[in-house]
Design a protein around this ligand. Structure first.
Ligand code: ZN
Length: 454
């Protein structure tokens, strides 16, 4: 029997195993669920041992444990690190679930449960892909390392130091993650770039206490007026960011990328309509997809200051605080952008006001070269499993662990989303389509072979 035949013959069994995994309420943020989180880790450890992987380990961290496994029996072949997470989001509000979140139900070709797609279902598809090879052939065509953590939904707090401390152990040629979505139903995609982040908080202070606007207005600087001037200075009328040097490190889109994005099924009015806004607005010369995937931004997230109570109070506020953030694209770095933005603020705000600038967490943008061998292998595997040509997409958000792997292990990550945009992750009635689970397993089976031939 070939690995694919094995996987096809075992669909019912594989599904039942996933349902068992989904029954464990491994809610990482919930202190009372800690024993269940550990139970999910233990379940995975014994499951990974059961499918025949050489080494399977449970690693303690300061928080929830990390499950690690490896099977390095293919000398001369590439080594791939598979990353996933076994923890899940809290299920509330419970009353909105049509069936209990931890009593999985299969209905209308879909598995309903918390974690069905994010990320138990998606990572389990790869576990089953590996099992198909191990059971059908007795080995794996490539060297595989597996890292499945239990703190993704709470910011992977203990993962970075663990990866740092286990740099040698984790050394590999590429990382593989399935914890996102396909571009559309039946249309598989490889996400080859993610945006990064720089996050700022500023305080602008004028007088050392609030003043009467009749006595002082017009003669003493008003920090809120000054903030307004600063905000206006960040963009020009065409929506470009007007900070000198801001775009210097931006890798411009290639014509191939632009053509590829333009060819994707994308409904602009649906995209705008889903937000309730009446029209899109952004940097001139770019489409909405390009703006979200491949252009940096600067957006205010919140402003605190002055009198906001009922009625009127003629006050000249002493200070104002604001939070704003930049989404970054390759090859910008949070550090360089922090410096440019801070310099622009200091130059723009009138010297009679005191300015404090704070930098919150940042994250580097990442990009995997589209001609990397692991990307080619993933393209081949997706095409075989789904019967259509996969598309290249980017992501507008960040997946911090990808930047960690890039920084620490110096390897690219291939993101193969097996979910769908309507899977309702983090919401009631999360689901995973059976088609996606079974084709995900097939994708995985083909992938290990494709990687071995690359
Ligand atoms: Zn996830």
């Amino acid at each position: 029997m070939t690995p694919i035949e094995f996987a096809e013959s075992k669909q019912d069994e594989f599904l039942n195993e996933l349902l068992d995994f989904l029954r464990i309420p491994s809610i990482s943020t919930d202190k009372e669920s800690a024993p269940d989180v550990r139970r999910a880790a233990d379940w995975l450890v014994s499951h990974l041992k059961g499918i025949g992987l050489k080494t399977v380990e449970l690693h303690e961290t300061g928080g929830h444990p990390i499950v690690y496994a490896e099977h390095l029996e293919a000398p001369g072949k590439p080594t791939v690190l598979l990353y996933g997470h076994y923890d899940v989001q809290p299920p509330d509000p419970l009353e909105l679930w049509e069936s209990p979140p931890f009593e999985p139900v299969v209905k209308d070709g879909k598995i309903f449960a918390r974690g069905a797609t994010d990320d138990k279902g998606q990572s389990f598809a790869h576990v089953k892909g590996l099992e198909a090879h191990l059971k059908a052939t007795g080995t794996l065509p490539v060297n595989v390392k597996i890292l499945i953590e239990g703190e993704e939904e709470v910011g992977s707090v203990h993962l970075d130091p663990w990866v740092e401390a286990n740099r040698e152990k984790l050394s590999c040629d590429a990382v593989l993650i399935s914890d996102s979505s396909m571009y559309a139903r039946g249309l598989p995609a490889i996400m080859y770039s993610l945006r990064g982040l720089a996050y700022f908080e500023i305080e602008i202070e004028g007088a050392d206490h609030d003043l009467h606007s009749g006595l002082f207005g017009g003669a003493i600087p008003n920090p809120i007026n000054e903030l307004g001037r600063l905000i206006a200075s960040f963009h020009d009328e065409k929506g470009h960011i007007a900070i000198p040097g801001f775009y210097d490190a931006v890798r411009e889109l290639s014509q191939e990328e632009r053509d590829g994005f333009a060819a994707l099924p994308f409904d602009e009015s649906e995209f705008v309509g889903s937000t309730g806004a009446t029209a899109g607005k952004g940097e001139a010369g770019f489409t909405s997809l390009e703006r979200v995937w491949a252009r940096p931004t600067l957006d205010f997230n919140g402003i605190i200051g002055g009198f906001t109570g009922e009625g009127a109070k003629t006050v000249l506020p002493s200070k104002v605080r604001a939070k704003f953030s930049c989404r970054l694209v390759p090859d910008q770095t949070p550090k360089a952008i922090e410096e440019l933005v801070a310099a622009h603020i200091r130059q723009t705000v009138h010297p009679s006001l005191k300015v404090k600038i704070e930098f919150h967490h940042g994250g580097r943008p990442v990009m995997t070269e589209r001609d990397h061998f692991a990307v080619n292998s993933a393209m081949g595997a997706l095409k075989k499993a789904w019967g259509v040509d996969p598309v290249f997409i980017r992501g507008g958000g960040s997946i911090p662990v990808v930047a960690t792997f890039s920084d620490v292990l110096k390897v690219p990550t291939v993101l193969i989303g097996l979910g769908l945009n309507d899977d309702r992750l983090h919401s009631p009635n999360e689901k995973f389509d059976l088609e996606n689970f079974f084709n995900g397993i097939k994708t995985s089976v083909y992938l290990w072979d494709e990687l071995a031939q690359s």
